[in-house]
Design a protein around this ligand. Structure first.
Ligand SMILES: [Zn+2]
Length: 216
C-alpha cells in the first residue's frame, strides 16, 4: 500500500522513500507541520552519508516555525549524484511513480508553480519555474496505466485525494495532463544546471520561488 512507509526495526523511525532531494522538498511544500499546522518544513542539514548500507542516503526535516523535527526520515534512492551533472534538478530519474507524493499532489504542485510563473517578473526565473512545473506533470503521468485515460484509484494516497479525484474527474484525464505538459518549456541540460553551485543551492531556489510563504 502507498505511501510506502516502513518502520526501521533498530530505531522505530518511520522511513519514507524518495527518489531525490527535490522530491522531498516538494513533499514538504505539500505537507503542513504535524505539530503546528504551518507549511514551513525544510530539509534539516544535508543528505547524511551512507553508513552500513551503501544505499542508505538519508535526509531529515524540521519545521522552521516550531522547530520540531518531522517525524519521518527520508531515504533517497537512487543516491544523489555529485560532481559534473549532479547540480541538475531531477525529481525522479526512474519510471516508477513517487511513493510519497500522489497524483493529486503533483497536479497541485503544477498549479502552484504555474501561478508563481504568472507572478514572476524575471524572465529567466519564470522560464525555469515553468520547466519545473512541467516536471511535476511528468511525475503525474507515471501513475497512468497504458492505454487508460483515467488513473487507477491507487494513484491517490489519502481519502482526501480520492475525494478530489472523484469530484473533479475530468481534470485528471490523461489527455488534459498531456496538453498542459506540451505547454511547458523544454530546457537544455546546460540551462537546467546551476553552474558551480552545490545541490543545496536549488533547495534554496525552491524555497524562494515555490514554497508557500510561511507566516513567520
Ligand atoms: Zn511546526
Amino acid at each position: 500500500m502507498r505511501p510506502a512507509v516502513s518502520i526501521s526495526p533498530l530505531t522505530s523511525v518511520t522511513i519514507l522513500r524518495a527518489h531525490s532531494v527535490a522530491e522531498v522538498q516538494l513533499f514538504l511544500i505539500l505537507t503542513p507541520c504535524p505539530a503546528c499546522g504551518m507549511v514551513a518544513q525544510r530539509p534539516r542539514g544535508g543528505v547524511v552519508a551512507p553508513n552500513a548500507n551503501h544505499d542508505d542516503f538519508r535526509l531529515y526535516a524540521a519545521c522552521a516555525r516550531c522547530l520540531r523535527d518531522y517525524p519521518s526520515v527520508f531515504v533517497i534512492d537512487p543516491p544523489p549524484r555529485r560532481g559534473p551533472g549532479g547540480g541538475t534538478m531531477a525529481i525522479n530519474p526512474t519510471e516508477r511513480p513517487s511513493e510519497i507524493i500522489d497524483l493529486a499532489g503533483w497536479i497541485t504542485l503544477y498549479r502552484h508553480i504555474t501561478e508563481r510563473v504568472w507572478r514572476e517578473m524575471d524572465k529567466h526565473t519564470a522560464r525555469r519555474l515553468a520547466w519545473e512545473a512541467g516536471l511535476c506533470l511528468d511525475e503525474a503521468l507515471k501513475f497512468y496505466l497504458a492505454r487508460e485515460n483515467f488513473p487507477p484509484e491507487s494513484a491517490f494516497f489519502s481519502s482526501r485525494s480520492l475525494v478530489t479525484f472523484r469530484a473533479n474527474r475530468a481534470q485528471f484525464d490523461r489527455r488534459i495532463v498531456l496538453h498542459h505538459r506540451s505547454q511547458a518549456p523544454q530546457l537544455t541540460d546546460v540551462e537546467t544546471r546551476m553552474d558551480g553551485e552545490h545541490e543545496r543551492s536549488w533547495w534554496r531556489f525552491w524555497q524562494k520561488h515555490v514554497e508557500p510563504r510561511a507566516r513567520l
